[in-house]
Design a protein around this ligand. Structure first.
Ligand SMILES: Nc1nc2c(c(=O)[nH]1)N[C@H]1C(S)=C(S)[C@@H](COP(=O)(O)OP(=O)(O)OC[C@H]3O[C@@H](n4cnc5c(=O)[nH]c(N)nc54)[C@H](O)[C@@H]3O)O[C@H]1N2
Ligand SMILES: Nc1nc2c(c(=O)[nH]1)N[C@H]1C(S)=C(S)[C@@H](COP(=O)(O)OP(=O)(O)OC[C@H]3O[C@@H](n4cnc5c(=O)[nH]c(N)nc54)[C@H](O)[C@@H]3O)O[C@H]1N2
Ligand code: SF4
Ligand SMILES: [Mo]
Length: 685
């Protein structure tokens, strides 16, 4: 008898409701859940790939140990015992010699989030690196400095706005980020049907720009200049419309006096008339300026996120229905987690101050390949593939080859885990429970859903959190005594704004809807000591003062490299699903026809792309969707390294854009990687 399970898709932030039909252990179908108030039946092609993940013969189902280039399947007891001994030996020689890299899927697993602590503790004071510093950490720094808590999130209120400006995000491909907005297309359609405008500012006219009212090109990496010009244009239309709980505005205005809007606009290559139009829309009706990945992953990432907040504030859109709103999730992250601290220690080699306890992922390689006390000799990779996802991943891969011990918690042999000494795989995707601990705090509706496992784990299989506790126990010699994740979640829900129990949430198979997100949450929810919004942190003002001297150098004959996402990929890890990889080659170099012609490069021809970090060869795809002077290569490819055991991905391995990116380009305010606008040379092969 087929049976149905209502679940949340755990693959990306959109958190769509899905209905999985199973017969025995076989997935019969995966469909959108029409009764899910947040996603309203929407799914993307990746949801159905959960069936491929569950059934994939390449997915590891028991621990593996590498001896030379041979892999042996071993039992959990042996794995934990051997790892425990080896880690203790490393720590005895040098207590600072073990590091962790935490990858993106951790953010989609509440149980690992709540259970990493014991492993950190068992490792003493490990250096911690994560995908956060190749992604969203500037947003968190701005949350901390302005609102008092790194996890106090705000999002555009798309259902009530009249103008949505998207800067450096492509929700039509990514399904939204730091903004859980499943079915973006339908929401954008509704916005336009009510007479609203969607405006996209991006060096590529991508999938979101294609459905927008207006698209503007911006020179990669110059958004801070654009945003300064826009803020000045907003203020030129009248005084800032500030709520009375805002401090520091005078210092912001004084700092802006040093800038000329037209000069800034020229650096960004955006016409001043367009900027005036944006300012007009922002100050007219309910409107929201949203910035994401493309503006966060810059050396000015924090400055960008801050300026975006200032523009929304000045235009009177902060904490306003139809503007920028603060969702009210069943678990209040700003109450459940600490606010986040910065600058308590510095990294050994380059002296980067920590941000929320993390050093830049870009600095992991130098911590491994630079000798001396505190040199990293052992590495835990938890759900990450940094060789493909971190700038100059090739250097990191070379460095990792020399490590004494790598333990990967992952279910595949990837470009990174192939170098591990042990791979510890978790259960299949349908064999664990799910609650969107982080996602619900940034959702387009106030909503919650808990998904129990749809399948019993296979015999002897462990969940990620059980593996982390097993490792912590094996290293410390003390079994971890802590409540089960379900109990922890129950406590967090009870303490949350709706006082729910886990049982109540679990009983609602399509989740519980707590209604529309709304303005008017501040100042009550501010976590600053004085419950006021501090809009002029000293280090942000100092960075703004440095900005004029940091305009990108002229490109000359070189081109600016940017990335892109596609709805059928998810970072590096869904490339082994045939139903996703079918269709045209997606790992191509997008280049404007004029730039291609100038280099004698034909459509479909092989191009060599060279940067100061390295070179790759891939097929050129000519397209006037690219801003002239700019090329794009997607990330998450490069599965062709020896020892990678992904049989479907091996047919189309692609190349890694992070062989070209620059591990030294780092936002000093957040440790985030600067990905936007790496300079490259392009030539036909
Ligand atoms: N140039 C460039 N680089 C980028 C980006 C870009 O746009 N351009 N994007 C950046 C961003 S936003 C991110 S988030 C990072 C992603 O960077 P990473 O997190 O390092 O990489 P992923 O590709 O997400 O790899 C996830 C790994 O976890 C494994 N995995 C999947 N699910 C689970 C699970 O449930 N448990 C365990 N234990 N393992 C699991 C997968 O097999 C895979 O090996 O890449 C960043 N790098
Ligand atoms: N299908 C799919 N969905 C995903 C993922 C995936 O890999 N595939 N990854 C997930 C993850 S981990 C994340 S973090 C989110 C990210 O989600 P988004 O933030 O929406 O990321 P992207 O789709 O990469 O869009 C970034 C946009 O920034 C533009 N851009 C690049 N450089 C610049 C610049 O200098 N200035 C401006 N203004 N724009 C620039 C790019 O052209 C691109 O259109 O997506 C998530 N969802
Ligand atoms: S948009 Fe994201 S959450 Fe929704 S079905 Fe696709 S992968 Fe899953
Ligand atoms: Mo990400």
């Amino acid at each position: 008898m087929p049976r149905q399970h209502h679940r949340t898709c755990h693959i990306c932030e959109a958190s769509c409701g899905i209905v999985v039909t199973l017969e025995g252990r076989e997935v019969v179908s995966i469909k959108g859940d029409p009764d899910h108030a947040l996603s309203r039946g929407h799914i993307c092609p990746k949801a159905t790939a959960i069936a491929d993940l569950q059934a994939d013969p390449d997915r590891l189902r028991q621990p593996h140990k590498r001896v030379g280039d041979q892999w042996q399947a071993i039992g959990w007891d042996q794995a934990f015992t051997e790892i425990g001994e080896r880690v203790r030996a490393l720590l005895a020689r040098d207590p600072a010699s073990v590091a962790l890299y935490l990858g993106n899927p951790n953010a989609h697993n509440y149980a690992t989030t709540l259970n990493s602590g014991p492993l950190f503790k068992a490792l003493g004071r490990p250096q911690i690196f994560s995908a956060s510093t190749v992604d969203q950490i500037p947003h968190q720094v701005v949350n901390l400095k302005l609102f008092g808590h790194s996890a106090l999130w705000s999002i555009p209120d798309i259902e009530n706005t009249e103008t949505l400006i998207v800067l450096g995000g492509n929700p039509m491909a990514s399904n939204g980020s730091l903004w859980v907005t499943p079915g973006f297309r339908e929401r954008a359609k509704a916005l336009r049907a009510r007479g609203g405008q969607l405006i996209v500012i991006d060096p590529r006219r991508g999938e979101t720009a294609e459905i927008a009212d207006r698209h503007l090109f911006v020179r990669p990496g110059t958004d801070a200049f654009l945003l300064v010009a826009l803020l000045k244009a907003v203020l030129a239309r009248g005084p800032a419309r500030l709520p009375d709980w805002v401090d520091g505005w005078g210092e912001v205005e004084a700092a802006l006096a040093a800038f000329d809007a037209a000069e800034c606009a020229a650096i960004a290559a955006v016409p001043m008339a367009e900027i005036d139009h944006l300012a007009e829309r922002l100050t007219r009706g309910p409107a929201a300026l949203y910035g994401r990945m493309g503006v966060a992953t810059q050396v000015h990432g924090t400055l960008n996120c801050w300026l975006i907040a200032l523009i929304n504030l000045a235009a009177g859109q902060m904490d306003r229905t139809g503007g920028i709103v603060f969702p009210k999730a069943p678990v209040d992250l700003a109450a459940a987690l600490g606010p986040g601290s910065m600058g308590r220690r510095t990294s050994r080699v380059s002296g980067y101050p920590d941000v929320f306890g993390e050093f830049p992922a870009s600095a992991l390689a130098e911590e491994i390949d630079t000798p001396g006390a505190g040199q990293v000799r052992g590495l835990f990779l938890v759900a990450g593939n940094p060789v493909l996802s971190v700038p100059n991943g090739a250097r990191l891969g070379r460095a990792m080859e020399g490590l004494d011990l790598i333990v990967a918690v992952d279910m595949y042999r990837t470009a990174s885990t192939r170098l591990a000494h042990y791979i510890l795989p978790p259960v299949g995707p349908l064999e664990r429970d799910h609650y969107g601990l982080f996602q619900m705090a940034m959702a387009a509706r106030n909503f919650g859903k808990y998904s129990p496992p749809a399948l019993e784990p296979e015999a002897g299989a462990l969940q990620d959190w059980e593996i982390l506790r097993g490792l912590a126990g094996a290293i410390s010699g003390q079994p971890v005594q802590a409540p089960a994740p379900r109990e922890m979640l129950d406590g967090l829900l009870r303490a949350g704004p709706y006082g729910l129990t886990l049982a109540e949430l679990e009983a609602a198979e399509s989740g519980i809807d707590f209604g529309a997100v709304e303005g008017g949450q501040l100042p009550a929810r501010l976590k600053t000591r004085d419950q006021r919004l501090h809009c002029a942190p000293a280090e942000f003002l100092a960075a703004l003062a440095r900005l004029p001297a940091e305009a990108p150098e002229p490109a000359g004959n070189r081109l600016h490299l940017i990335g892109r996402r596609h709805v059928r990929t998810n970072n590096s890890w869904l490339a082994n699903s045939r139903r996703l990889t079918k269709g045209p080659d997606r790992c191509t170099l997008l280049i404007h026809p004029d730039d291609a012609r100038a280099r004698g490069l034909a459509d479909g021809a092989e191009a060599q792309v060279t940067s100061k970090s390295g070179a790759v060869r891939l097929k050129a795809e000519l397209s006037d969707s690219m801003m002239p002077g700019t090329v794009s290569i997607p990330h998450g490819w490069g599965h062709g390294l020896p020892g990678v055991a992904l049989s479907v991905a091996a047919e189309r391995p692609g190349v890694s854009v992070n062989d070209l990116t620059d591990e030294t380009a780092i936002d000093p305010l957040s440790n985030n990687a600067g990905l936007a606008g790496v300079m490259v040379e392009v030539a036909p092969v």
